[in-house]
Ligand binder design. Sequence first.
Ligand code: NAD
Ligand code: TYD
Length: 352
Amino acid sequence: MSGRSILITGGAGFIGSHVVRRFVRTYPQYRIVNLDLLTYAGNLENLRDIEDAPNYTFIKADICDAEAVAKVFQEFAVDSVIHLAAESHVDRSITDPLAFVRTNVFGTVTLLNAAREAWAGAFEGKRFYHVSTDEVYGSLHDDGFFTEETPYDPQSPYSASKAASDHFVRAYGNTYGLPFVLSNCSNNYGSHHFPEKLIPLMINNIRQNKPLPVYGQGANVRDWLWVEDHAAAIDTIFHRGVNGETYNIGGHNEWKNIDLVKLLCAVMDRKLGRAEGTSEQLITYVKDRAGHDLRYAIDASKIERELGWRPSITFEEGLERTVDWYLANTEWLDHVTSGAYRDYYENQYTAR
Ligand code: NAD
Ligand code: TYD
C-alpha cells in the first residue's frame, strides 16, 4: 500500500483529528487530504502540530457538495476514503433531525457517488472505509453485547441517520461492487473532544465550579474507549480489514453515567488540589433525554481475533491522560466555548 492518496472526511473533528494525525505521522509516503466543512464541531486548532506536514492538505468543503467532492477525487487522485464527517451529537439530532439526514445520509451518498464515478469500476486497490457507531444497534438492557450480527434497531434521529448511511455503504458494495469496510465503535473519550459530550462537558464544568447536569437518574450505561485506541483500530482495519466486512470496536469498559461522573469528580479534585468530595456536590440531576438509550456494550472479539487489535490502555490511565490534557489546554477549551476557534481558519488559511 505504498503511496496511497487518502481522503479523510471530518478530519477537523474529535476522532477525525486523531486519525489524521496518526496517518500523517505514521505514513509519510501517503498523501492525506482532510476534507471538512468546519461546522461548529470542526476545529483546525486540533491539527496545529501537523498542519505544515508535506504529506497533508486541508480542504474546506461540504461532503454534500458533489462538485467540490468530485474535484478533490480528481485533483488528488484519491484511491481511498476514510469517512468520518457527520453530525454526531444525539441531543442536537433531537432538536434538528434534518441536519442529520443531510450530512449523515445525503453527504455519505454523495461521497459514495464520487468514489464510484472517480474509480469507474476499476476497484482494484481502492477502499471506502465508513466509520460508524454502535448506536445503530439500538439499546441493550442489563445483559448481552452488540455483535456484528446484531440487527439494526436505531432509536434516535442520530443513530437512525448513521444506520441509513451504513445501509447505503453496504448497498453500494452489493450493487456496484464498491470495495468497502465498515466499523461500529462505542463511545470515545480523550483530548480535543468538543465539550457538548459527557466527559469533556463534565471536566469543563468541574473546572469552573458549574453544575454537572446528569440526565435522569444517571443509570444509563456507556462503553468507553480511548480515542487514540479507536484511531489505532481504524488504522488496522484500513490496512488489514477484509473488503465487505464489518468490525465492532469497543473498550470492554462499561460505566453507569453517575459512577463515571463521580470518578471524574474524584480525579479532578485530586488534580486541582480540592478536598475529597468537593466537586461531587456540583452534580445536578436534570430532565432525561427523550428516548434515552439505556445501555451500549460492544463485543469486540472479531477485531481482536481476526486483526489482533485491542485497547492499549486502561480507562483509569486514559482518564488521567484526558484530564491532564484538558487542564494543560485550558486555552483550547476557552476558544471552543467562546467560539474563538472559528477564527483560526481565517487567520491560518486566508492570510497565507
Ligand atoms: P465530531 O462532531 O467531533 O466531528 C465531525 C466533523 O465532521 C467536524 O469536523 C465537522 O466539521 C465535520 N462535518 C460535519 N458536517 C460536515 C459536512 N457536511 N461536510 C464536511 N464535514 C462535515 O464527530 P466525532 O465524534 O469525531 O465522530 C466522527 C465520526 O465517528 C462520526 O461519523 C461519528 O458518527 C462516529 N463515531 C463517533 C463516536 C464518538 O464517541 N464520538 C463513536 C463511534 C462513532
Ligand atoms: P454523550 O456524550 O452525548 O454520548 P451518547 O449519547 O452518544 O452516548 O452522552 C453520554 C451519556 O451521558 C448519555 O447517556 C447521555 C449522558 N449525558 C448526561 O447525563 N449529561 C450530559 O450533559 C450529557 C451531554 C450526556
